[in-house]
Design a protein around this ligand. Sequence first.
Ligand code: NAP
Length: 283
Amino acid sequence: MKILDGKKTAKIKEEELLKRVKSFSVPPQLAIILVGEREDSKTYVKQKIKTSERLGIKTHVFSFDEKIKQEELIKKIEELNLNKEISGIIVQMPLPSKLNTRIILDKISPLKDVDGLTTLNQGKILTGDSGAFIPATARGIVSLITLSGISLEGKRVTVLGRSLLVGRPVALLAEKYGATIIQCHSRTKKLDELTRLADILVVAVGKPKFITIKHVKKGQVVVDVGITILQKKGQRVLIGDVDYEKVSKIVKAISPVPGGVGPMTVISLLENVCDAYEERCNT
Ligand code: NAP
Protein backbone atom coordinates (compact mmCIF):
# COMPACT_ATOMS: atom_id res chain seq x y z
CA MET A 1 0.00 0.00 0.00
CA LYS A 2 1.30 3.41 -1.00
CA ILE A 3 0.80 6.47 1.18
CA LEU A 4 -0.06 9.66 -0.69
CA ASP A 5 2.25 11.79 1.39
CA GLY A 6 0.98 15.36 1.36
CA LYS A 7 3.75 16.65 3.61
CA LYS A 8 6.49 15.38 1.31
CA THR A 9 4.73 16.46 -1.87
CA ALA A 10 3.99 19.92 -0.44
CA LYS A 11 7.72 20.28 0.40
CA ILE A 12 8.62 19.60 -3.24
CA LYS A 13 6.09 22.24 -4.32
CA GLU A 14 7.44 24.59 -1.65
CA GLU A 15 10.94 24.39 -3.09
CA GLU A 16 9.60 25.28 -6.54
CA LEU A 17 7.59 28.18 -5.12
CA LEU A 18 10.54 29.46 -3.13
CA LYS A 19 12.51 29.87 -6.37
CA ARG A 20 9.53 31.57 -7.95
CA VAL A 21 9.07 34.05 -5.10
CA LYS A 22 12.82 34.82 -5.09
CA SER A 23 12.56 35.79 -8.76
CA PHE A 24 9.92 38.44 -7.98
CA SER A 25 11.04 42.06 -7.59
CA VAL A 26 8.98 42.51 -4.40
CA PRO A 27 7.36 39.86 -2.19
CA PRO A 28 3.72 39.01 -2.94
CA GLN A 29 1.26 39.96 -0.20
CA LEU A 30 -1.78 38.02 0.92
CA ALA A 31 -4.66 39.49 2.95
CA ILE A 32 -6.58 37.07 5.17
CA ILE A 33 -9.93 38.05 6.63
CA LEU A 34 -10.93 36.09 9.71
CA VAL A 35 -14.32 36.53 11.36
CA GLY A 36 -15.13 35.06 14.77
CA GLU A 37 -13.32 32.74 17.13
CA ARG A 38 -13.59 29.29 15.53
CA GLU A 39 -10.58 27.25 16.67
CA ASP A 40 -10.38 25.32 13.37
CA SER A 41 -10.37 28.54 11.31
CA LYS A 42 -7.66 30.03 13.52
CA THR A 43 -5.56 26.89 13.09
CA TYR A 44 -5.91 27.00 9.29
CA VAL A 45 -4.95 30.69 9.24
CA LYS A 46 -1.87 29.98 11.38
CA GLN A 47 -0.78 27.25 8.93
CA LYS A 48 -1.16 29.66 6.00
CA ILE A 49 0.91 32.32 7.79
CA LYS A 50 3.65 29.84 8.72
CA THR A 51 4.08 28.50 5.20
CA SER A 52 3.88 32.01 3.71
CA GLU A 53 6.68 33.14 6.02
CA ARG A 54 8.92 30.28 4.87
CA LEU A 55 8.31 31.35 1.28
CA GLY A 56 8.79 35.08 1.81
CA ILE A 57 5.12 35.86 1.08
CA LYS A 58 3.84 38.64 3.33
CA THR A 59 0.54 38.04 5.11
CA HIS A 60 -1.84 40.52 6.68
CA VAL A 61 -4.53 39.10 8.93
CA PHE A 62 -7.64 41.19 9.57
CA SER A 63 -9.57 39.68 12.48
CA PHE A 64 -13.11 40.74 13.21
CA ASP A 65 -15.61 40.00 15.92
CA GLU A 66 -18.39 37.65 14.79
CA LYS A 67 -20.86 40.49 15.38
CA ILE A 68 -19.26 42.58 12.63
CA LYS A 69 -21.71 44.23 10.25
CA GLN A 70 -21.68 42.98 6.68
CA GLU A 71 -21.10 46.51 5.31
CA GLU A 72 -17.98 46.90 7.44
CA LEU A 73 -16.54 43.67 6.09
CA ILE A 74 -17.35 44.70 2.53
CA LYS A 75 -15.64 48.07 3.13
CA LYS A 76 -12.46 46.25 4.16
CA ILE A 77 -12.57 44.01 1.07
CA GLU A 78 -13.06 47.03 -1.19
CA GLU A 79 -10.14 48.79 0.47
CA LEU A 80 -7.95 45.70 -0.09
CA ASN A 81 -9.10 45.45 -3.71
CA LEU A 82 -7.68 48.93 -4.30
CA ASN A 83 -4.41 48.28 -2.47
CA LYS A 84 -1.87 47.67 -5.21
CA GLU A 85 0.53 45.88 -2.87
CA ILE A 86 -1.95 43.10 -2.12
CA SER A 87 -1.97 40.26 -4.67
CA GLY A 88 -4.50 37.98 -3.03
CA ILE A 89 -7.46 38.24 -0.67
CA ILE A 90 -9.09 35.35 1.15
CA VAL A 91 -12.01 35.25 3.53
CA GLN A 92 -11.54 32.29 5.88
CA MET A 93 -14.58 30.00 5.60
CA PRO A 94 -17.07 29.41 7.10
CA LEU A 95 -18.45 32.83 7.97
CA PRO A 96 -20.97 33.25 10.81
CA SER A 97 -24.43 32.39 9.49
CA LYS A 98 -25.84 35.89 9.90
CA LEU A 99 -23.46 37.14 7.19
CA ASN A 100 -24.30 36.56 3.52
CA THR A 101 -21.28 34.57 2.34
CA ARG A 102 -22.13 34.86 -1.36
CA ILE A 103 -22.47 38.66 -1.27
CA ILE A 104 -19.24 39.03 0.70
CA LEU A 105 -17.17 36.69 -1.48
CA ASP A 106 -18.37 38.39 -4.64
CA LYS A 107 -16.92 41.69 -3.42
CA ILE A 108 -13.40 40.28 -3.82
CA SER A 109 -11.72 41.51 -7.00
CA PRO A 110 -11.59 38.60 -9.49
CA LEU A 111 -7.90 39.42 -9.97
CA LYS A 112 -7.22 38.80 -6.26
CA ASP A 113 -9.63 35.90 -5.69
CA VAL A 114 -6.92 33.37 -4.79
CA ASP A 115 -9.40 31.03 -3.07
CA GLY A 116 -11.36 30.92 -6.35
CA LEU A 117 -14.72 31.31 -4.65
CA THR A 118 -16.28 34.30 -6.43
CA THR A 119 -19.19 33.57 -8.76
CA LEU A 120 -17.15 34.88 -11.69
CA ASN A 121 -14.27 32.56 -10.95
CA GLN A 122 -16.52 29.54 -10.40
CA GLY A 123 -18.04 30.27 -13.83
CA LYS A 124 -14.57 30.40 -15.34
CA ILE A 125 -13.78 26.98 -13.85
CA LEU A 126 -16.98 25.63 -15.38
CA THR A 127 -16.10 26.96 -18.82
CA GLY A 128 -12.52 25.71 -18.55
CA ASP A 129 -11.02 29.21 -18.69
CA SER A 130 -7.28 28.88 -18.19
CA GLY A 131 -7.23 32.13 -16.17
CA ALA A 132 -9.44 30.71 -13.42
CA PHE A 133 -8.11 30.35 -9.89
CA ILE A 134 -8.67 26.74 -8.84
CA PRO A 135 -9.80 26.56 -5.18
CA ALA A 136 -6.74 25.52 -3.21
CA THR A 137 -8.00 22.18 -1.90
CA ALA A 138 -9.05 21.01 -5.37
CA ARG A 139 -5.71 22.12 -6.86
CA GLY A 140 -3.91 20.42 -3.98
CA ILE A 141 -5.79 17.13 -4.40
CA VAL A 142 -5.03 16.92 -8.10
CA SER A 143 -1.36 17.82 -7.50
CA LEU A 144 -1.13 15.16 -4.78
CA ILE A 145 -2.54 12.51 -7.13
CA THR A 146 -0.47 13.42 -10.17
CA LEU A 147 2.79 14.09 -8.30
CA SER A 148 2.39 10.67 -6.66
CA GLY A 149 2.72 9.24 -10.17
CA ILE A 150 -0.98 8.48 -10.65
CA SER A 151 -2.55 9.61 -13.91
CA LEU A 152 -6.16 10.82 -14.01
CA GLU A 153 -6.53 10.27 -17.73
CA GLY A 154 -9.19 7.68 -18.52
CA LYS A 155 -9.76 6.93 -14.82
CA ARG A 156 -13.12 6.67 -13.10
CA VAL A 157 -13.17 9.15 -10.23
CA THR A 158 -15.93 9.08 -7.63
CA VAL A 159 -16.17 12.33 -5.64
CA LEU A 160 -18.13 12.41 -2.40
CA GLY A 161 -19.32 15.96 -1.78
CA ARG A 162 -20.45 18.77 -4.05
CA SER A 163 -19.42 21.92 -2.16
CA LEU A 164 -18.10 24.93 -4.07
CA LEU A 165 -14.99 24.75 -1.93
CA VAL A 166 -14.00 21.13 -2.61
CA GLY A 167 -16.38 18.64 -4.27
CA ARG A 168 -17.42 20.57 -7.36
CA PRO A 169 -14.07 22.10 -8.33
CA VAL A 170 -12.19 18.82 -7.78
CA ALA A 171 -14.68 17.01 -10.02
CA LEU A 172 -14.32 19.63 -12.76
CA LEU A 173 -10.55 19.65 -12.49
CA ALA A 174 -10.24 15.86 -12.57
CA GLU A 175 -12.51 15.81 -15.60
CA LYS A 176 -10.26 18.38 -17.26
CA TYR A 177 -7.38 15.94 -16.69
CA GLY A 178 -9.29 13.25 -18.60
CA ALA A 179 -11.14 11.44 -15.80
CA THR A 180 -14.78 10.34 -15.88
CA ILE A 181 -16.63 11.59 -12.82
CA ILE A 182 -19.30 10.17 -10.56
CA GLN A 183 -20.36 12.89 -8.13
CA CYS A 184 -22.14 11.85 -4.93
CA HIS A 185 -23.86 13.84 -2.19
CA SER A 186 -26.18 13.44 0.78
CA ARG A 187 -29.09 12.28 -1.42
CA THR A 188 -27.09 9.66 -3.30
CA LYS A 189 -28.52 6.16 -3.00
CA LYS A 190 -26.48 2.96 -2.91
CA LEU A 191 -23.35 4.98 -2.23
CA ASP A 192 -21.17 1.93 -1.64
CA GLU A 193 -21.87 0.68 -5.19
CA LEU A 194 -20.71 4.00 -6.63
CA THR A 195 -17.64 4.26 -4.44
CA ARG A 196 -16.56 0.74 -5.43
CA LEU A 197 -16.83 1.65 -9.11
CA ALA A 198 -14.03 4.18 -8.71
CA ASP A 199 -10.39 3.87 -9.68
CA ILE A 200 -9.84 6.98 -7.57
CA LEU A 201 -12.14 7.87 -4.68
CA VAL A 202 -12.10 11.45 -3.34
CA VAL A 203 -13.96 11.87 -0.06
CA ALA A 204 -14.98 15.38 1.11
CA VAL A 205 -17.98 14.85 3.35
CA GLY A 206 -16.90 16.02 6.81
CA LYS A 207 -18.00 12.90 8.71
CA PRO A 208 -15.29 11.07 10.66
CA LYS A 209 -14.53 7.52 9.46
CA PHE A 210 -17.54 7.62 7.13
CA ILE A 211 -15.85 5.46 4.49
CA THR A 212 -15.35 1.90 5.64
CA ILE A 213 -14.35 -1.39 4.04
CA LYS A 214 -17.77 -1.86 2.44
CA HIS A 215 -17.13 1.24 0.27
CA VAL A 216 -13.79 0.19 -1.20
CA LYS A 217 -12.11 -2.55 -3.22
CA LYS A 218 -8.60 -3.68 -4.05
CA GLY A 219 -6.52 -1.53 -6.39
CA GLN A 220 -8.24 1.76 -5.62
CA VAL A 221 -6.64 5.10 -4.79
CA VAL A 222 -8.37 6.92 -1.91
CA VAL A 223 -7.96 10.62 -1.18
CA ASP A 224 -9.32 11.65 2.21
CA VAL A 225 -10.14 15.37 2.32
CA GLY A 226 -12.22 15.38 5.49
CA ILE A 227 -11.03 16.96 8.70
CA THR A 228 -12.95 16.70 11.94
CA ILE A 229 -11.24 18.08 15.03
CA LEU A 230 -12.02 16.10 18.19
CA GLN A 231 -10.76 16.32 21.76
CA LYS A 232 -9.38 13.02 23.06
CA LYS A 233 -7.95 12.84 26.56
CA GLY A 234 -7.44 16.61 26.48
CA GLN A 235 -5.59 16.41 23.15
CA ARG A 236 -6.77 17.73 19.79
CA VAL A 237 -6.96 14.98 17.18
CA LEU A 238 -7.74 15.31 13.49
CA ILE A 239 -9.95 12.58 12.05
CA GLY A 240 -10.47 12.02 8.36
CA ASP A 241 -13.60 10.89 6.50
CA VAL A 242 -12.02 7.49 5.87
CA ASP A 243 -11.46 4.71 8.38
CA TYR A 244 -7.74 4.71 7.55
CA GLU A 245 -6.75 1.71 9.63
CA LYS A 246 -9.19 -0.64 7.93
CA VAL A 247 -9.35 0.85 4.43
CA SER A 248 -5.57 1.12 4.05
CA LYS A 249 -5.36 -2.69 4.34
CA ILE A 250 -7.41 -3.08 1.15
CA VAL A 251 -6.66 -0.25 -1.26
CA LYS A 252 -3.59 0.44 -3.42
CA ALA A 253 -2.93 3.98 -2.19
CA ILE A 254 -4.40 6.32 0.41
CA SER A 255 -3.81 9.80 1.79
CA PRO A 256 -3.58 10.10 5.59
CA VAL A 257 -5.20 12.67 7.88
CA PRO A 258 -3.28 14.66 8.98
CA GLY A 259 -0.43 14.87 6.46
CA GLY A 260 -2.39 14.30 3.25
CA VAL A 261 -4.56 16.92 1.59
CA GLY A 262 -4.07 19.55 4.34
CA PRO A 263 -0.46 20.56 3.51
CA MET A 264 -1.31 20.43 -0.22
CA THR A 265 -4.17 22.90 0.31
CA VAL A 266 -1.90 25.45 1.97
CA ILE A 267 0.81 25.25 -0.67
CA SER A 268 -1.74 25.39 -3.49
CA LEU A 269 -3.26 28.55 -2.05
CA LEU A 270 0.21 30.11 -2.11
CA GLU A 271 0.68 28.95 -5.70
CA ASN A 272 -2.51 30.85 -6.49
CA VAL A 273 -1.07 33.92 -4.74
CA CYS A 274 2.05 33.70 -6.93
CA ASP A 275 -0.14 33.29 -10.03
CA ALA A 276 -2.12 36.39 -9.02
CA TYR A 277 1.10 38.35 -8.45
CA GLU A 278 2.49 37.38 -11.85
CA GLU A 279 -0.80 38.05 -13.60
CA ARG A 280 -0.90 41.57 -12.16
CA CYS A 281 2.71 42.20 -13.18
CA ASN A 282 1.88 41.11 -16.71
CA THR A 283 -1.16 43.36 -17.13
P1 NAP B 1 -19.50 20.84 3.13
O1 NAP B 1 -19.69 22.15 2.45
O2 NAP B 1 -20.18 20.59 4.42
O3 NAP B 1 -19.92 19.71 2.08
C1 NAP B 1 -20.06 18.38 2.45
C2 NAP B 1 -20.57 17.59 1.28
O4 NAP B 1 -20.71 16.25 1.68
C3 NAP B 1 -21.93 18.07 0.76
O5 NAP B 1 -21.92 18.18 -0.63
C4 NAP B 1 -22.89 16.97 1.25
O6 NAP B 1 -23.97 16.74 0.38
C5 NAP B 1 -21.96 15.76 1.22
N1 NAP B 1 -22.48 14.73 2.10
C6 NAP B 1 -22.97 14.84 3.34
N2 NAP B 1 -23.39 13.65 3.80
C7 NAP B 1 -23.16 12.76 2.82
C8 NAP B 1 -23.40 11.37 2.68
N3 NAP B 1 -23.98 10.67 3.66
N4 NAP B 1 -23.04 10.78 1.52
C9 NAP B 1 -22.47 11.48 0.52
N5 NAP B 1 -22.22 12.82 0.59
C10 NAP B 1 -22.57 13.44 1.73
O7 NAP B 1 -17.96 20.56 3.40
P2 NAP B 1 -16.64 20.95 2.53
O8 NAP B 1 -16.32 22.37 2.76
O9 NAP B 1 -16.79 20.45 1.16
O10 NAP B 1 -15.56 20.08 3.32
C11 NAP B 1 -15.66 18.69 3.42
C12 NAP B 1 -14.64 18.18 4.42
O11 NAP B 1 -13.35 18.50 3.94
C13 NAP B 1 -14.73 18.79 5.81
O12 NAP B 1 -14.37 17.83 6.76
C14 NAP B 1 -13.71 19.88 5.78
O13 NAP B 1 -13.19 20.19 7.08
C15 NAP B 1 -12.66 19.25 4.94
N6 NAP B 1 -11.76 20.17 4.26
C16 NAP B 1 -10.45 19.88 4.32
C17 NAP B 1 -9.55 20.67 3.69
C18 NAP B 1 -8.11 20.31 3.73
O14 NAP B 1 -7.28 21.14 3.46
N7 NAP B 1 -7.78 19.06 4.03
C19 NAP B 1 -9.96 21.80 3.00
C20 NAP B 1 -11.33 22.08 2.92
C21 NAP B 1 -12.22 21.24 3.56
P3 NAP B 1 -25.14 17.83 0.11
O15 NAP B 1 -24.56 18.79 -0.87
O16 NAP B 1 -26.25 17.04 -0.43
O17 NAP B 1 -25.44 18.46 1.44
